[in-house]
Structures are given as C-alpha cells and as structure tokens.
Write a protein that binds this ligand. Structure first.
Ligand code: NAD
Ligand code: ZN
Length: 372
C-alpha cells in the first residue's frame, strides 16, 4: 500500500489523515491502531457503491469489530435532526467505546460526525471521505452538523475525528460533475495559498503549454479529472495548516477558507440549493476576483487566468439565467457575517495570497455579481 500521512493538530486534538491507494481495505487495522472498542457502526448513503461499503465492513470485521451499517438517503435533505434521531435509534445498543465511521461525501461526513459528537456525549469518529470535496475539504477541520428549515449547518458541533482515510481508488465511481465540485475548493486553495499549484493545475487541464511528464490532474484516464494522491494530500495539508492555526475560528485565519464563499453561499440560497456547492463557489470565486481587482489590486490578467482555469475544469463562470441577481444580493445581506454596511470579505492581491478585507461594501458585491 502506497500512502502518506498528514498530521492535523491544534489545541487539544491531534489526528492523522492517511492518503493513498487501496487504503479502504486497511480500514480495520488503521482504525484498531487508533481506537479500542468492539463495536463499529458505518453510516453511508445509498449512492455510495455497495462494494466500497462492504470492503470497509469486512476489513473492520477482520480487525475484530462487530459491524452495523446504517444507510441514509443521498443528498442534503438527510442532514436533518430527524435523521440524527433515527440513526441514534438504530445504533442505540452501541456502548460509549464504540466507533462511528462515515463512508461517503460531505453529507455523510457532517451527519455521522454530528452523531459521533452527541451519541453517549461523544464517541470516536472515523471519516472515510469518498468524494473529492470531502477528501480535500469537509472531512478536515472537525466541523459537523445538520440543517434546519431556517438554514444550512445551523445545528452542529466541533468534533474532530480520530482518523481520516482518503483512498483515491474510492473516486473511480464518482460522477464527473461531483468531481468538479471538489476542484472548486482546490482552485480556492491554490488562489489563497499556493501559486505553484495554480500554475500546475492550469497547465494540466490544458490551459497553457502542457508540461511534459506525468499528468497529475488527469493521471490514468485523460478523459476524466481523476486526481492523484499527491494532489489530494497537498490540498489536505493546505486546509490542515489553516485549521490547525485557527481551529475554533478565532484568529480570523480560517476566514480565508471562505474565499469565494460569501457570494457562493448567496447563489446557493438564491437557487434554493439547486446549484451544487462547488459550482456556486466557482461563481463566487469569479466575483471575489472582481472585488479583489478593486480592493486588493489584483491584476486583470490574473483574474482572467482564474476564470480560464475554472472554465477548463468545466466549472461555471457565468450565472445561470434563471437566478435573479437581486435575489443573490438579498441572500448575502441576510448572512449573519454582516456587520453594518461592510463585510469581512476574503480577497486576493495576487494568486497564492489572500487576506480578509473590511473595506468591501455591499455595492462592491452588487457590482461584482452584475458582471457574472
Ligand atoms: N464540515 C465541513 O467543514 C464542510 C465543508 C464543506 C462542505 N461541507 C458539507 O459537505 C456537503 C457536500 O459534500 P459532497 O459534495 O461530498 O456531497 P455529497 O455528500 O452529497 O456527495 C455527492 C454525491 O456523490 C455520491 N457519492 C459519494 N461518494 C461516491 C463514490 N465514491 N462514487 C459515486 N458516488 C459517490 C453521494 O452519495 C452523493 O449522491 C454539504 O452538506 C456541505 O455543507 C462540510
Ligand atoms: Zn466550500
């Protein structure tokens, strides 16, 4: 097994993310190394391939765990308090030394993480992300929770996992559109932290002169965007660095991860969550670049490079016609992060760097949305 371990540490927590190929088959012993207990419950959704879930279950059995599996409906609707209650009922005979494994995308990760945070006042959680977005974003950082009718992620807890297992092989069945959602966060990471990765991504998706040698983004099949373990591990390190420095959202550093998300969330809400998160973030990144030209002296040519990369990844850079722009502005205004007329808005002065500006106004945001 070819794998790399990324350490995530902060005040009062420390855990490992294992990234590699064929790691799912190792779930049992990787878990055994970190936690005791005899019972394990797998939470997954019905779109996650059964073969994958079975591999996790049989590996856990071999390592001496008695395994229960709870399957939820795929999709955001499952992130509800009703679902928390149902899952807790299904696992009610598990004791406090049991472990809970989330096998799936961000929905399963957030849901299973919240159950792990509250069941018996907190049991061990193992994240097995199976979407690119979950691997590079939602499985890292310890944020768990569910939605209320009034809004997304309104009820939750910080509950760090004991272990994260990111197996690149799990991505082979992931639909291309889902893969793209993960790339939106990868592009965000590149813009806020890593100009080299930005250049690499741009060349590998055929923007500029293709670089000789192994193709990192399209390794294997050139018709897909299947990433390799190195790219995933690298992005986990970027998020881990920021989260470790600011695990409770206090220093404001974590706000950089919100780059593209103020407008992104506005579009998500204005579309009644019909446009997937990564696509909203892609549009939000374009808006944040417009604002960065005005408030952080980002050059137009760099803004154009960002737009070209997103387009080459198959992500949207123009607003779908059916979403009224004013509805987006209204949704952003209702965002709790608003304080008077100005927002804390993440901007980039040049690709690879970002800071939080307090100079961005609602008019700046409205103007940027008008250009989408
Ligand atoms: N906790 C955090 O810090 C954080 C950060 C970002 C996003 N999120 C949350 O993550 C969620 C979005 O996550 P997502 O994009 O992974 O969506 P998702 O969990 O809905 O997964 C997308 C779809 O892919 C399917 N799928 C998963 N793995 C698959 C595989 N290997 N092969 C085929 N299909 C597979 C799922 O069943 C689902 O239908 C949102 O609820 C969002 O709020 C949380
Ligand atoms: Zn996001």
């Amino acid at each position: 097994v070819n794998s790399e371990k990324v350490q995530i540490r902060g005040a009062g927590f420390c855990y490992e993310v294992c990234v590699g190929r064929g790691l799912i088959e190792q779930t049992g012993h990787l878990t055994r190394e970190k936690v005791g207990g005899h019972r394990a419950a797998i939470i997954t959704d019905s779109n996650v391939p059964r073969t994958l879930v079975k591999k996790v279950a049989s590996s856990l059995s071999k390592a001496g765990f008695q395994v229960t599996t709870v399957v939820v409906q795929p999709g955001e609707k499952s992130k509800s308090l009703a679902e928390i209650e149902r899952i807790c009922g299904e696992i009610s005979e598990l004791d406090r030394n049991s472990i809970l494994l989330g096998v799936g995308g961000g929905v399963v990760g957030d849901l299973s993480g919240f159950v792990a945070a509250v069941f018996h006042r907190g049991i061990s959680h193992v994240q097995i992300p199976t979407t690119l977005l979950a691997m590079v974003d939602s499985a890292i950082g310890g944020k768990t929770g569910v939605n209320l009718p009034a809004g997304k992620n309104l009820v939750g807890a910080i509950h760090h996992p004991s272990l994260v297992i990111a197996d690149v092989e799990a991505l082979v069945t992931l639909p291309l559109r889902e893969m793209r959602q993960g790339y939106a966060e990868i592009v965000k990471h590149a813009i806020i932290r890593d100009s080299e990765m930005f250049t690499l991504l741009s060349s590998r998706v055929g923007l500029r002169d293709p670089v000789e040698g192994t193709c990192k983004v399209r390794q294997g099949d050139s018709s897909t965007l299947t990433p390799n373990a190195e790219l995933i591990a690298h992005n986990i390190r970027i998020k881990a660095d920021i989260v470790s420095a600011d695990d409770r959202d206090v220093s404001g550093k974590r706000a950089l991860l919100n780059f593209g998300h103020t407008v992104g969330h506005g579009i998500e809400r204005a579309s009644d969550f019909r446009v997937p998160h990564g696509e909203c973030v892609s549009l939000g990144i374009v808006a944040a670049c417009e604002i960065s030209m005005k408030r952080a002296s980002l050059s137009r040519s760099q803004r154009d490079e960002v737009v070209a990369l997103l387009e080459n990844l198959g992500l949207p850079t123009r607003l779908p016609g059916e979403i009224p722009r004013e509805k987006i502005v209204e949704a952003i205004k209702h965002d709790k992060k608003f304080d008077g007329d100005n927002v804390r808005f993440a901007v980039t002065p040049q690709i690879g760097e970002a800071f939080v500006s307090r100079e961005v106004t609602m008019d700046d945001i409205r103007e940027a949305i008008a250009t989408l």
